[in-house]
Ligand binder design. Structure first.
Ligand code: ATP
Ligand code: MG
Length: 438
């Protein structure tokens, strides 16, 4: 099976208002006309119910007084037969049979039919009646390789983040504005002076320890000197001990000499640092800074505000970039109708929201969309053809030809000679569509 499918013959018996009709469509547009209540929609429903599955069937598909209804949609390559029978319990029992041109019967008839019907509705009016968001979603498939959901989710996340950043920036700015600082005031860095004091104290401590050691050495040298005097005085008195004492004296003098040499060879002690002056500087800095009020706090708040503002701007830029990518994808999309475009979560027709276009404009666009869905089955149903003036009807004929579609359109007593006229549940005249007996 391949190539487009169209209805070559339709028969419907006892469907809703119909007794029996048989239509052999010619051309692209098959107009079904007649008075209100004559059975026009019953003809269109018969096609729809035969093809689109039982979930669309209304509560009473069988004409009052009849026991069963039967619809045959002959598409040449495929012949679809749908029947409804009233069961003993009053339940409506449907059957479906799909056979090929060679008479072979298909096993899963409804899935065969489902694969033929477009993803957009068989009835374009349904597209028209959708909420703007649903229309938007239905057309997304014309924009390939673009993940609208992911984009929307990212945008929602970023909108929240930007809101937070803007709020924080505002708070910080407001807090900063409350702080008044004298003109040309520049704060002195107290911490730098505190650091200098700490390192000076450590430095001085080290020197104090070395001084103590040196003081002990000096003390020892002084003691030895003093001993030498005593020894000399005692030499006279204690001649016996002279030898011993002199030896000791010599020894100790040598030691003294050695210590002296070591002391003199040692590096001079560094100069002590002036902590008192630094402390005075710190006091002066504190007095100065107190006079400047909360300038440092203000500087911090302003820096925070700037950081938040920059964050907000970054988020904004990436949201704009995403919008640009989306616009580009949409511009590249191959929408089936001139003047049709994507708005923000809705469809636009000639720049206006779809629902604000005229009834006929909406109808034509919806039909074009349904046709562009390019299902194999080229059958389209328009229930509200009565809305179309002559120009719109002609535009519909052009569209049907352009898309090679077979459009069944219901109008009310249009008077067009080409139309099939339904009267009292039967075909009263065939227009350009024959009703020859098989
Ligand atoms: N199961 C049924 N048995 C008998 N009559 C029915 C049944 N179902 C609907 N009808 C009648 O058929 C008529 C509606 O048929 P249908 O909708 O096909 O008419 P129509 O020509 O499309 O009308 P309109 O111009 O108002 O759209 C109503 O009068 C309704 O009472
Ligand atoms: Mg109707």
């Amino acid at each position: 099976m391949s190539g487009p499918l169209r209805i070559v013959r339709l028969t419907a018996e006892n469907v809703k208002r119909l007794t029996a009709v048989e239509i052999v469509p010619k051309g692209n547009v098959i107009e079904i006309t007649g008075n209100n209540g004559a059975g026009k929609s019953s003809v269109l429903d018969a096609i729809f119910w035969a093809l689109a599955g039982t979930k669309h069937v209304q509560a009473k598909p069988i004409r009052d007084g009849a026991e069963s209804a039967r619809i045959v949609v002959d598409m040449g390559e495929l012949v679809v037969t749908r029947t409804f029978r009233r069961g003993a319990d009053g339940e409506i029992k449907p059957t479906l049979r799909v056979e090929g041109a060679d008479g072979a019967v298909f096993q899963k008839p409804q899935s065969i039919l489902d694969s033929l019907l477009g993803t957009l509705s068989f009835d374009p009016i349904e597209f028209e009646r959708k909420a703007p968001k649903e229309q938007f979603d239905a057309l997304r498939r014309f924009v390939p390789d673009f993940d609208f959901e992911a984009l929307d989710a990212q945008t929602r996340g970023d909108t929240e983040k930007r809101k937070d950043a803007n709020r924080d920036a505002k708070q910080k700015r407001a807090a900063a504005d409350l702080i008044v600082v004298p003109e040309n005031f520049s704060p002195i860095d107290e911490q730098a002076i505190i650091d200098q004091i700490t390192s000076a104290a450590e430095h001085n401590d080290t020197i104090a320890k070395r001084e103590e050691r040196r003081r002990q050495v000096d003390q020892r040298i002084a003691d030895i000197d003093r001993n030498a005097d005593i020894f000399e005085r005692e030499i006279a008195e204690l001649e016996k001990r002279i030898a011993t004492l002199r030896a000791k004296l010599l020894e100790e003098e040598e030691e003294a000499e050695e210590l002296r040499e070591r002391r003199d060879a040692a590096e001079p002690l560094p100069v002590r640092l002036d902590v008192a002056t630094l402390r005075a500087q710190l006091d002066a800095a504190r007095r100065h800074n107190a006079a400047g009020g909360r300038a440092a706090e203000k500087v911090r708040l302003l820096a925070d505000a700037e950081a938040f503002e920059a964050e907000s701007a970054r988020i904004n830029a990436r949201m704009e970039e995403r919008e640009r990518v989306k616009r580009e994808a949409i511009e590249k999309a191959n929408l089936p109708v001139r003047g049709l475009s994507f708005g923000d979560g809705c469809i636009l027709l000639n720049g206006q929201p779809f629902e604000q276009a005229s009834a006929a404009e909406r109808l034509t666009a919806s039909v074009a969309i349904a046709m562009a869905s390019n299902s194999r089955l080229r059958v389209i149903r328009i229930s509200e053809g009565a809305l179309m003036d002559r120009d719109t009807f002609e535009a519909l004929e052009d569209l049907a030809e352009r898309f090679d579609a077979q459009v069944f359109v219901e109008t009310v007593s249009s008077g067009r000679p080409s139309a099939v006229v339904i009267e009292d549940g039967e075909v009263a005249s065939f227009g350009s569509h024959t009703g020859e007996e098989k």
